[in-house]
Ligand binder design. Structure first.
Ligand code: IFM
Length: 446
């Protein structure tokens, strides 16, 4: 039996576009996901977040679920197009929703952990070039400043960006996420400006506004392994690691982009003004914590006919319904490496969880034992890591609710609460009931 300290934060996580719905209410204007999801072929069954979990109207019921779970904290994101529906035009009615939500959380002793950007870039910003335009840093700062001035005294921690790898590379290089571009140079620009906006926002909160509220960034990191020990596969693993992990960790913690990846990327970059003097100092500004979203490991092999020389390799590991390897031991490798090579900052696991095909049984319950086991394995890994002194200070389970899983629409269920999207009925799954027990006892079986 392993025990979590009394200070350890147990939580669940969601994001605005994935759960809120109310896509045209109280002044909200479209985001890139409203637009992208309407392009045929981009999202399974052309589903979208117009209604999603209708959390905008049902947030009180969702806070009740959080209470039942007994979580210490709840992580959610703010929809930028609710706050600034048009350039430079603040919408207090949009902000009021988050004030109501935060007030309700605090009345129930649940600490609000707030992400500023979880991918719903306003369309007005996209039309001006989106993250490819360096001015995006100023637009983001204006938005962040308003969130800070209205909410900072009620917020437990701030997260500037969720998973810049997805916003940058999935959105601008692979085209799988909004805005659906497939251009490496654009992706490199987008990532650089996202990271710059992160640094500028940390500077704003800590130095200009002198706030004591902790602030950090959330990266989705995946430890990479070669399919064999051949030179080619080792090269493939190095590149995959550079693309998914080091391209973010190195500028944030070492103040420089990795040289091997700069060489690999150099053929795409024609704008030599991209990284300007002072940018890397800004990006590597000291934060208060690092947020990590961990789902799986990444096994790769060499492929000559690809720009980055790697592709996923066949793996015999048990998988979730996303086809992702269940890999709690590799999670330990990742954390140990971060401690050795990158940072001593407190670490929050800001997301971890699994999609499985859930069935509502005749007795009205969801016996999602696969998900329960996945959660237990990863919580056990955290307890073990903390015994080694790795200082993981909190865990946010993804997700509180089944929700809109981006390009997969509603076909993948990550929730510990089942959502019937026809009726909006919520049912706590067995994994949720087990999570509540773990939280109550603050222990996990070996
Ligand atoms: O649903 C996403 C979330 O928006 C970001 N992290 C990964 C989750 C599962 O794919």
């Amino acid at each position: 039996m392993s025990r979590f300290s009394n200070e350890f934060i147990f939580g669940t996580a969601t994001s605005s576009y994935q759960i809120e719905g109310a896509y045209q209410e109280d002044g909200r204007t479209p985001s890139i996901w409203d637009h992208f999801s309407r392009i045929p072929g981009k999202v399974r069954n052309m589903e979208n977040g117009d209604v999603a979990c209708n959390h905008y109207h049902r947030y009180e019921e969702d806070v009740e679920i959080l209470k039942r779970l007994g979580v210490d904290s709840y992580r959610f994101s703010i929809a930028w197009p609710r706050i600034f529906p048009e350039p430079g035009k603040y919408n207090p009615t949009g902000m009021d929703f988050y004030k109501r939500l935060i007030t309700s959380l605090r009345e129930n002793n649940i600490k609000p952990a707030v992400t500023l950007y979880h991918w719903d870039l306003p369309m007005w910003a996209y039309k001006r070039g989106g993250w490819i335009n360096r001015d995006s840093v100023h637009w983001f700062l204006e938005y962040a400043e308003k969130c800070f001035s209205e909410l900072d005294d009620m917020v437990y921690l701030w997260i500037t960006h969720n998973e810049p790898w997805c916003a940058g590379f999935l959105g601008y290089h692979q085209g799988i996420h909004a805005p659906g571009h497939t251009d490496m140079e654009e992706a490199l620009k987008a990532v650089h400006h996202i990271l710059l906006s992160h640094g500028a926002t940390v500077d704003l909160l800590k130095n200009k506004l002198q706030s004591k509220t902790p602030i950090g960034i959330t990266l989705n990191l995946s430890p990479v392994y070669p399919a064999s020990s051949s030179m080619n596969d080792l090269l493939a693993a190095n590149n995959a690691d550079g693309y998914s992990n080091r391209w973010f960790l190195d500028p944030i913690f070492k103040g420089k982009y990795p040289v091997d990846m700069m060489n690999l990327f150099s053929k795409y970059v024609h704008d030599f003004n991209l990284v300007q003097e002072g940018d890397l100092e800004q990006i590597s500004i000291e934060c208060d914590f690092l947020g990590i979203n961990y789902y799986s490991r990444n096994l790769v092999q060499f492929v000559g006919a690809s720009d980055l020389l790697f592709k996923p390799a066949f793996s015999e590991y048990e998988k979730t319904s996303m086809g992702w390897d269940i890999a709690p031991n590799e999670f330990k490798d990742l954390i140990r490496r971060l401690r050795k090579e990158y940072t001593k900052l407190p670490i929050y696991i800001t997301e971890n969880g699994a999609a499985f095909d859930d069935y509502l049984s005749e007795d009205g319950k969801i016996y999602d034992h696969d998900r329960q086991r996945y959660i237990e394995l990863h919580l056990k890994a955290i307890a073990d890591l903390n015994e080694e002194g790795m200082n993981i200070v909190g865990y946010y389970l993804w997700s509180l609710l089944d929700n809109f899983e981006w390009a997969y629409g509603y076909s993948k269920r990550f929730g510990i609460t089942y959502v019937d999207f026809e009726t909006q009925q919520r049912i706590l799954k067995e994994s949720g009931i087990r999570y509540a027990e773990i939280i109550r006892s603050r222990t996990i079986n070996s």
